[in-house]
Design a protein around this ligand. Structure first.
Ligand SMILES: Nc1nc2c(ncn2[C@@H]2O[C@H](COP(=O)(O)OP(=O)(O)OP(=O)(O)O)[C@@H](O)[C@H]2O)c(=O)[nH]1
Ligand SMILES: [Mg+2]
Length: 661
């Protein structure tokens, strides 16, 4: 009985480029499912999921927000994610706990850069998804063109299950190509036969859908050749192809005009997986836990948020059942579960327990951070935490009154608990507190949050890019001795290392023979080398090298792991100075969309910013230019582009990696 309940759950995310209409779509879903009784608007600051004051002011989503609703006997837990590239870490953390997603596309622009990025993120997490081409009511909207961009940019086979009725302002509904019925909204949904004038076109499109499905699905292929696919086979094949990620079901509509929402919900239930349809979660040691309420309890924290209700810890329960008042392991420490809440954006309903497949918030957990595993004390498990993106921009921050310094440190620590893509360090030269993150807006939002939630006046320095350094040429046989033997407990560690450049990352190897350095000390040397990567000879984090421990020696009494860790750290630090380092700066892929007449000025300006043009493409009177530009040159570009294009140009900048500065 409980498995059938789990079958009726869908945990899904809404993903897309900024402004594609995710929050508006979420709002309409809540309305269509009878969860809310009035339709909020992003531009009025009245949506359910953009409830943070900063979201309402800025008109964009910043934090992923969870809501839950019911449709056709199913419970849908839905996470509305931000589309701005600076908040892509929120998307990453959400994807970690979702079973499926709806990717939203703008019917005029088609696949935009950030949609492409989140699509790849979802690929990496193996999250099945369906596509919703939104804003078909807009001038210039074109479903077929959007579908072509889905095919070419996302490298997936679009399985288009609807055909729009009317275009732009006259967009009134769709033909459902699976049932071959017309769905129109006036303003409520009316179902009827396909109008005579559209029948031939609808049949052609149905045929094309069948062909695409038959090509991907062996069972369907047979039936297709026997005269065509039945509705039942078509549905079954679409479900299986979605779950395998072999093709993408495409629907369309207008969230703003409330058209296309009900069929989208039907498709979510028909095609996207339930918690029991996805592979069981796996601990870092490889142990699997089934999505079964009777299995030992395991859950992952994907979000922590300080609210008026207290500190909320959002978890996805993967297996077992969690009861109120029960004690569980929270990242290894035992804590008692206070209240369990079902979340409705900023409103919460207390519940007594949560089972496998649920997404709930817990009140009052002390040691949970984003990425922490919760599990039954009798069956410990460690789940892989989400991986955060590397920071690319930093600012110095300071409390205006020095009396507030302590509270500032506390506020920053809270921010990092909530958002692991934020980092705080003290600059070793200036002594300043430096906050780094994924972009100017990311840092601005974080500082604003610290300012309002802790009521501290904060001054922010100018944003700077986060540089890195890498090894240009290494050294061989570098000897380092860490010796302190002046009476009492001594320290002795002797290491010999080679360093050599690598494309990315850090690798450590040991080539020591004859047990001249015992295993535990080798590990300590590796740890010490990793410590040294925090700051290289040029004063920045180090990346792109391999260290090989080739030899060394120990002292019977005075050698310890601590001594070898120090030798590793100091040894690598000196070895890096002996080699040659290259300074690296972050590079961004910049996409600028402007009306044709402004393109000359925009290209000239990108050139002056050390930009390399990668391509350009015309799209209904506008030109879209893609360029690779050092991120440091992009500060203040918003204002520049606005003034050059009389406010009609837009752009996105997505960090893609590092290059020599
Ligand atoms: N014409 C039209 N406008 C729409 C439609 N859906 C959303 N919009 C508008 O597009 C703008 C952005 O919508 P949002 O729902 O905030 O988009 P979002 O994807 O949530 O944006 P971020 O969360 O900031 O990434 C708002 O002004 C909406 O009113 C639609 O179907 N048609
Ligand atoms: Mg939004």
């Amino acid at each position: 009985m409980r498995t059938t309940t789990l079958n009726a759950v869908r945990n899904l995310g809404i993903l897309a480029h900024v402004d594609a209409g995710k929050t508006t779509l979420t709002e309409r879903v809540l309305f269509a499912t009878g969860t809310t009784y009035k339709r909020g608007e992003v531009h009025d600051g009245t949506t359910v999921t953009d409830f943070d004051p900063q979201e309402r002011d800025r008109g964009i989503t910043i934090f992923a927000a969870a809501v839950s609703c019911t449709w056709d006997g199913h419970r849908i837990n839905l996470i509305d994610t931000p589309g701005h590239v600076d908040f892509s870490d929120e998307v990453e953390r959400s994807l970690r706990v979702l079973d499926g997603a709806v990717a939203v596309f703008d019917g005029v622009a088609g696949v935009e850069p950030q949609s492409e990025s989140v699509w790849r993120q979802a690929d990496r997490h193996g999250v099945p998804r369906i596509a919703f081409v939104n804003k078909l009511d807009r001038a210039g909207a074109d479903l077929d063109q959007a579908v072509t961009s889905i095919r070419t940019r996302l490298h997936t086979v679009p399985l288009v299950v609807q055909m729009p009725i009317g275009v732009e302002d006259g967009f009134v509904g769709v033909v459902d190509l699976v049932t071959m019925r017309a769905l129109t909204w006036d303003p409520a949904l009316v179902e009827g036969p396909v109008p005579e004038t559209l029948l031939a076109e609808a049949q052609r499109r149905r045929r094309r859908l069948e062909e695409a499905v038959a090509e991907l699905h062996p069972d369907a292929l047979e039936e297709f050749f026997e005269g065509g696919l039945s509705e039942e086979t078509l549905r079954k094949a679409l479900r299986e192809l979605t779950r395998q990620g072999a093709g993408t079901v495409v629907l369309c509509g207008s969230a703003y005009r409330n058209r296309g929402i009900e069929p989208l919900l039907d498709a979510v239930i028909a095609y996207l997986p339930s918690p029991v349809d996805v592979p069981p979660v796996r601990g870092v040691d490889g142990e699997e836990r089934p999505a079964d309420p009777d299995a030992p309890f395991a859950a992952l924290v994907f979000k922590v948020n300080a609210t008026a209700t207290g500190r909320l810890t959002y978890v996805r329960v993967y297996s077992g059942t969690l009861h109120k008042g029960e004690s569980v392991l929270v990242g290894g420490r035992t804590e008692r579960i206070g209240r369990i809440l079902r979340v409705q954006a900023d409103r919460h309903t207390p519940v007594d327990f949560a089972v496998a497949g649920d997404i709930v918030a817990l009140v009052g957990l002390k040691s949970a951070r984003t990425g922490t595993t919760l599990c039954a004390p009798t069956a410990p498990l460690l789940l892989e935490p989400p991986v955060s993106a590397e920071p690319v921009v930093s600012v110095s921050v300071e409390a205006r009154a020095s009396a507030d310094n302590g509270r500032l440190a506390e506020a920053l620590a809270h921010l990092m608990d909530e958002d692991p893509s934020l980092h705080v360090r003290t600059d070793s030269e200036t002594g300043q507190t430096v906050l780094s993150g994924l972009g100017e807006l990311h840092l601005e939002v974080a500082v604003e949050k610290a300012r309002t939630s802790h009521r501290i006046e904060i001054t922010m320095g100018r944003p700077r890019v986060a540089y890195r350094e890498t090894l240009a040429s290494g050294v061989k046989g570098f000897v380092y001795r860490h010796v302190k033997q002046d009476g009492g407990a001594g320290q002795f560690a002797h290491v010999v290392i080679d360093t050599e450049p690598l494309e990315t990352g850090f690798e450590f190897r040991s080539a020591v023979t004859g047990g001249r350095v015992p295993q535990e000390f080798v590990r300590a040397v590796e740890q010490g080398c990793r410590d040294a990567l925090a700051e290289g000879p040029l004063g920045h984090p180090v990346t792109g090298l391999r260290v090989t421990l080739t030899d060394g020696s120990t002292h019977v009494k005075d050698s310890s792991e601590m001594a070898f860790r120090t030798a590793g750290r100091m040894g690598l630090r000196e070895a890096l100075k002996a080699g040659a380092m290259t300074l690296l700066e972050p590079i961004a892929e910049v996409t600028v969309t402007v009306p044709e007449e402004y393109i000359g000025g925009v290209l000239g300006d990108l050139g002056a910013r050390r930009g390399r043009i990668l391509g350009s493409e015309a799209r209904s009177g506008e030109t879209v230019v893609t360029a690779s530009v050092p991120l440091a040159e992009m500060f203040g570009y918003v204002t520049r582009l606005r003034s050059r294009t009389q406010g009609r140009g837009t752009f996105t900048a997505r960090p893609t990696g590092y290059a020599p500065a």
